[in-house]
Design a protein around this ligand. Structure first.
Ligand code: UT7
Length: 328
């Protein structure tokens, strides 16, 4: 049985923060942020948790498909900013949506979380273990980014993207293959020191600002270019798809220069690369599903289009998915 994305939805908070907002607070400039990252503005939610980003995205996704939340039988939330460490954000989303027949869980893959989650959702559907999987990539990064650290504060944003994964009759479309990798040697290059079991929250951990994201930007940059290019090349090769055959590359949106370097290495023109990080910054688990949802709603994806989703993030994690678009 083939699995496919049959509906999409996304949500970003209304509060927009342009680069000028940081110019007033940190030693940075609009010119630096634009030229080094390609980001012009991002969204931060003022109240609520990651589940509150997911619920409107999920409602939109189910509405366009014309099905009730009670028809969903599994919810997967790919996030690094769960509402709480316990219970799962998937359980909170289940309650808020009224998806009373769904089981589910959170998946911690950082920026590769949506790609990993789509592999899991696909296998659940292909095996018959689930018929309708609601997969969200969502992060409220404003809850874990240090507003005083110019090296990270300007990069991230809040948002959620959701897809529905279902069986399809037509075997020529749907999710066709994936390449997933992990290299735990990358831990120190991108992590949140405290708040987990190694360093539980304490007065000291808060005073030392150890609950915020720490990143060695240049190290992650280099690993991201190589990692994303490799998983993309591998999934294309395994499926005898040439770069010329590809309709869209849908890369994780962390830095425009990373995406340009990957596209150049592949020999792919930027006119076939989905880019929206100028408006949202890096929304971590949400970048790829937001991009898919936007392009879908704008009518820029056609049935049979060949897409490669490609991600790289903390861990290090990396993953690519080759799919042919199924939504008419
Ligand atoms: O999504 C998860 C994976 N994450 C990523 O993929 C992020 C990967 N890394 C990056 O995107 C880039 O490394 C950054 C955007 C984070 C940084 O860009 P960079 O070109 O690698 O800059 P850098 O870290 O080498 O810093 C260059 C200079 C430094 O100053 P000095 O030492 O040359 O005097 C920084 O202190 O830029 C300085 N700098 C800034 N200046 C103005 C760092 N952040 C800022 C800032 N405004 N916001």
């Amino acid at each position: 049985m083939r699995a496919a994305i049959t509906a999409t939805g996304h949500y970003v908070p209304p509060e927009t923060y342009p680069n000028a907002y940081f110019e007033r607070r940190l030693e940075t400039t609009d010119a630096w942020i634009r030229s080094r990252t390609g980001i012009a503005e991002r969204r931060f939610m003022s109240v609520g948790g990651t589940s509150d980003l997911i619920v409107p995205a999920a409602r939109r996704c189910l509405d366009v498909r014309g099905i009730s939340p009670t028809a969903v039988d599994c919810i997967i939330v790919a996030t690094m900013t769960p509402d709480r460490l316990c219970p799962s954000t998937a359980a909170v989303v289940q309650r808020k949506l009224g998806a009373v027949h769904a089981w589910g869980f959170d998946l911690a893959g950082a920026c590769s979380g949506f790609v990993y989650g789509l592999v899991v959702a696909t296998k659940l559907v292909e095996s018959g273990a689930a018929r309708r999987v609601l997969l969200s990539g969502a992060d409220r990064m404003s809850s874990v980014v240090d507003p005083q650290d110019r090296a990270t504060a300007v990069l991230f944003g809040d948002g959620a993207g959701t897809v529905l994964v279902e069986p399809v009759e037509d075997e020529s479309v749907g999710i066709l293959d994936h390449v997933c990798r992990m290299n735990g040697e990358g831990e120190a290059a991108l992590y949140i020191p405290a708040g987990g079991s190694v360093e539980p929250a304490s007065v000291d951990s808060v005073a030392k600002r150890r609950h915020f994201v720490v990143q060695d930007g240049p190290a992650v940059f280099k690993a991201a270019v190589t990692g994303m290019a490799e998983v993309t090349e591998e999934v294309l090769k395994r499926n005898d798809v040439t770069v010329a055959d590809l309709t869209w590359l849908v890369p994780h949106q962390a830095n425009r220069r990373i995406i340009e370097a990957v596209a150049k290495r592949l020999g792919l023109g930027l006119d076939r690369v989905i880019l929206n990080l100028d408006r949202y910054g890096n929304t971590v688990g949400a970048t790829i599903p937001i991009a898919l949802s936007e392009w879908n709603e704008q009518g820029r994806l056609a049935p049979g289009d060949r897409l490669v989703l490609s991600a790289f993030g903390a861990g290090f994690t990396a993953g690519s998915i080759y799919l042919r678009w199924a939504i008419a």
